[in-house]
Write a protein of this length. Sequence first.
Length: 239
Amino acid sequence: MRFSRYFNVSILALMLIIVGCGESYQALRDREAKEQQSWPKWPEFEAAVPKPDWWHSVPIKYIDPMNFTSEEMTAYYEKNTGDDKYKRDFKVIYARMLKHQNNAQEIAGFLGRGTVSEFKPFYEFYITHFLDETWQSEYCKQCNDANSAINIGTQWLYYLIEGGEYERAQKIIDQLLESKYPRAIPMQRFYLIRSYRHLLAKTVTEKEIYNQLEPYIVENYKLAEQKQDYKLMQRWLDL
């Protein structure tokens, strides 16, 4: 009887915790939904990147995406774990893009954190809407439109190529080669040509791949050799 009584009390306590968490979670979703009504509008972006079906069921938590400090953002990345991690990140980026819709440099800064499949619509939107923007950070020599566009563009290219959208991928590569490649740092040049090789590997023979990439490889190998950057020299040889 004693064990049964303790067992029942434990179950009741657990149920109260679950109910309490459920109420708290619902309150968080309700508060966020109300806050979103005051978010800036950007019809072009919102049409191109529709909110996923799960949008209202996964509250952001830990941070106000419209108003935060760098310390709060660092804390957010530390706390934001679990199965819904990238869903919350998606919503944070969505909000930040709404807030900084007229600032290509600011948008590029938080899109360049790394390849995440959930962020593919953001990569696509940046490349299709901000490719003609030119800018240079006052505090970072490597932070400019050329390096950022290649960084974000190659992330999108991966999904285009793996999805069999070869013609579209070739168009993006051609645009990046023409407008961004000449001003890009050596590693971003390498990443773009590596993406080009990824595309060619799907469509032509090895000999044709080499014939098309040889001018880029030779040019950049020589530049790396002049700077005695042996690691980069080897990267070009291994491409």
